[in-house]
Design a protein around this ligand. Structure first.
Ligand SMILES: *Cc1c(COP(=O)(O)O)cnc(C)c1O
Length: 455
């Protein structure tokens, strides 16, 4: 090995990194044995490391990438915007990318979401929706409404408010003393079906549970917050659209808001532009991020109705304004990239292509259903998941500390794949530019990894 390569290779960069950088969602001690992978460039579905090895990005770099890494169209729009206007205060000032993006978002989201408030990441969008919902009721003279309903197994982000309405113990438990206390309603997760129940039956039964919560406590509840169709970080748990339709009806009946967190499932992930479309519903708040910029820059948006907007619209002295702000609100670079993302959706048959890719992925995963350590293979559009268990008949999970999923991850790295299981759930969430043969490779490697992980 020559010296220049050695100095800039994986090992050298990893060593420098570990001297100062503290990584997210990581027990840093793991890196005494698990390699840190320095990535030097990306192209399409591929990432390239400093040793020249490559990996198919099977998880869209944490569910954000849509149209491939270093997408030339997006890069060109970003460069042009950077030379024109990189940022400006968004209070009292506006600019074409932000107002045009608001127009476009209103156009592509369900009818009636006419107002757009920007944030700079998914968690901040959740904070905005929670505060706005509470503040709406306060402005309407209902300051007694202070609580939120969340679903079991839900995940809405890591800041204190977003974590408060999340129910993934791994992230929440430690900080519980700092958090708001949500009212948990049981998730319509199809995994919990009773014998003989269809996914629609589970949805109906869980709507009954939610109705009971609302009958008891609606007077103190601001909103119900859900991840439409797929609870992603909670293990890619999936449910029937009937639940969303029923949720809309219940929220109207009991006078509480419906917050749809489409941060992970929006922008074509579930087979439609937004997951809510599959139930034909309009939430009162829709939170968007991740795919909003096709995975290029941090940006989020909360869409809401004119009715919500009008509850804040009054003389200054009324004190009704929504004063929430972030320094980078409405960042022109991010807005411009989001506009280019939506332009790609307009110019190319993205959703139709995804249907073909999703069908291919489904057919390749089907044989895993017979695997003795696979309890479930489930899929909603471009999200597919394989649930590993120790015992299939009783669905006894592998103990979490055995880290079976980690073995799949490590195997993937040796075979040109980035797969990053959530505990014992091996999932696929590739960028939409992935090819059928790349999907074949991801699935083949996942199956090899599963064989090793369960051995
Ligand atoms: C990722 C995610 C969030 C949080 O977004 P960040 O940008 O990571 O803060 C919120 N909700 C859902 C459903 C997510 O998947």
């Amino acid at each position: 090995m020559n010296d220049t390569k050695k100095l800039s290779g994986n090992a050298a960069l990893a060593a420098r990194d570990l001297r100062h950088v503290w990584h997210p969602c990581t027990q840093m001690h793991d890196h005494e044995t698990i390699p840190m992978v320095p990535i030097v460039r990306g192209e399409g579905a591929w990432l390239f490391d400093a040793d020249g090895k490559r990996y198919i990005d099977g998880i869209s770099s944490w569910w954000v990438n849509l149209f491939g890494h270093a997408n030339p169209r997006i890069a060109a729009a970003l460069a042009d915007q950077a030379r024109t206007l990189e940022h400006v205060i968004f209070a009292g000032f506006t600019h074409e990318p932000a107002l045009q993006l608001a127009e476009e978002l209103v156009r592509v989201t369900p009818e009636g979401l006419n107002r757009v408030f920007y944030g700079d990441n998914g968690s901040s969008a959740i904070e905005v929706a929670l505060k706005m919902s509470f503040h709406y009721w306060l402005n309407q003279g209902h300051g007694e409404k202070t609580r939120f309903v969340a679903l079991t197994g839900s995940y809405h982000g890591e800041t204190l408010g977003a974590l408060s309405v999340s129910d993934v113990a791994l992230y929440r438990k430690t900080y519980a003393p700092l958090l708001l206390e949500p009212i948990l309603a049981p998730s319509p997760d199809t995994w919990d079906a009773e014998p003989g129940e269809t996914p629609a039956d589970v949805a109906t039964r869980r709507l009954g549970d939610l109705r009971a919560v609302l009958e008891r406590q609606a007077g103190e509840i601001c909103a119900v917050i859900v991840e439409p169709l797929v609870q992603c970080a909670g293990g890619m748990r999936m449910y029937h659209p009937d639940y969303l339709a029923g949720l809309r009806t219940l929220c109207d009946e009991f006078d509480v808001h419906f917050i749809a967190d489409e941060i992970a499932v929006g922008f074509g992930r579930t087979g439609t532009m937004f997951a809510c479309e599959q139930a034909g519903v309009r939430p009162d708040f829709m939170c968007l991020s991740k795919g909003l910029t096709a995975g290029t820059l941090a940006l989020s948006a909360v869409l809401t109705t004119d009715a919500v907007y009008e509850a804040f619209y009054a003389e200054y002295a009324s004190g009704k304004a929504f004063l929430h702000s972030h320094s980078y609100t409405g960042n022109p670079l991010a807005c411009r990239v989001a506009l280019e993302t939506l332009a790609i959706f307009r110019d190319e048959p993205v959703i139709e292509n995804n249907r073909r890719l999703a069908a291919h992925l489904a057919s390749r995963l089907a044989p895993l259903r017979d695997h003795p350590h696979v309890a479930d293979v489930r899929q909603t559009g471009m999200i597919a998941a394989v649930e590993l268990v120790r015992d299939k008949a009783s669905r006894t999970p592998f103990p979490f500390e055995e880290r079976r999923g980690m073995r799949v991850y490590l195997h993937g790295l040796t075979r040109e794949c980035l797969l990053r299981p959530l505990g014992n759930v091996v999932y696929f969430m590739p960028p939409y530019v992935v090819t059928e043969s790349e999907i074949d490779h991801l699935v083949d490697v996942a199956i090899e990894g599963i064989e090793r992980a369960v051995a």
